[in-house]
Design a protein around this ligand. Structure first.
Ligand SMILES: [Zn+2]
Length: 282
């Protein structure tokens, strides 16, 4: 089994100095339905517990989410993942093998071996009209050797033309006015990665509400009992969904929020993967 770790201290330091996060309370964008902020729930790695536990919790709460699939992890469960997708959830690219050793990777090789084949797999088994979203395996946003900026640019070249928006694992909530200009470095937060405490998610979303921004939350395994780092207990998961249900937020898959922002900021620019497709609501 491939490594399913997705948080790294390195990724945090890389993101820390970047723009795009929310700093001040000011009206940024009018969200649907009078919502004061947007929230996207994302689940990485294509884990069985997400089919067994996360998807039913989402269904009960009436939320649609984004599942970032790693082919090697989820291929055996393909029909079940297709059933999850048909409920209206988004599926995105989390690579074929979830590589975390990227020092010797080139843009061309990484794109050809990890990005393009996974896009083709998702096209074939889900839909070619999907929004083309990506989540960085291990939270690493750089490829190869050299300066951080060079490594980030190298990763960007592997994604460009194939991916419309890519999610990291850290940073303040996204400022909608900067999302479209920096679509491959969307900020996100892993509320339960280090500590299984739903209040961390509440705090992050409260700050997002105060600023009118877009919070993307990251989860991995959702289990009856948390056994280790990165896992979320189902009690915490349900507590977060319950709390979100009472907030004035627009909760939608990552691609839908991205396209909503894009349509209001650069209506002339097409999105790779076409326009959002209407799907059954959960
Ligand atoms: Zn991952």
């Amino acid at each position: 089994m491939v490594s399913r770790r997705s948080f790294t201290a390195g990724a945090v330091s890389l993101i820390a100095g970047m723009g795009g996060g929310l700093a001040a309370a000011r009206p940024l964008l009018r969200w649907p339905g009078g919502a004061r902020a947007a929230v996207s729930l994302t689940y990485d790695d294509g884990l069985d517990s997400q089919i067994d536990n996360a998807a039913p919790d989402l269904q009960a709460a009436g939320f649609r989410a984004t599942f970032f699939l790693t082919r090697q992890n989820m291929e055996d469960q393909l029909p079940r993942w297709q059933a999850v997708w048909r409920l209206g959830h988004e599926v995105g690219n989390h690579s074929v093998t979830h590589p975390c050793q990227l020092r010797h990777c080139t843009s061309a090789r990484f794109g050809d071996e990890e990005i393009a084949p996974m896009e083709a797999f998702l096209d074939e088994h889900f839909s070619p009209d999907r929004f083309r979203s990506y989540a960085y395996p291990c939270g690493f946003i750089g490829l190869g050797e050299g300066e951080e900026s060079q490594r980030i640019a190298r990763y960007g070249r592997a994604l460009r033309g194939r991916i419309a928006a890519a999610r990291t694992v850290s940073g303040l909530a996204n400022d909608p006015s900067r999302v479209v200009s920096d679509p491959l470095l969307l900020h996100a937060y892993q509320p339960t990665y280090a500590v299984d405490d739903p209040r961390r998610a509440f705090r992050y979303v409260r700050r997002t509400l105060a600023a009118g921004g877009w919070a993307i939350l990251v989860f991995h395994d959702v289990l009856g009992v948390r056994k280790g780092e990165g896992q979320t207990s189902q009690a915490s998961h349900r507590a977060i969904l319950r709390w979100l249900s009472d907030q004035p937020i627009w909760c939608a898959p990552m691609g839908e929020v991205f396209q909503y922002i894009q349509a209001r900021q650069s209506p002339a620019r097409p999105v790779a993967g076409g326009q959002p497709q209407p799907r059954a609501r959960v």
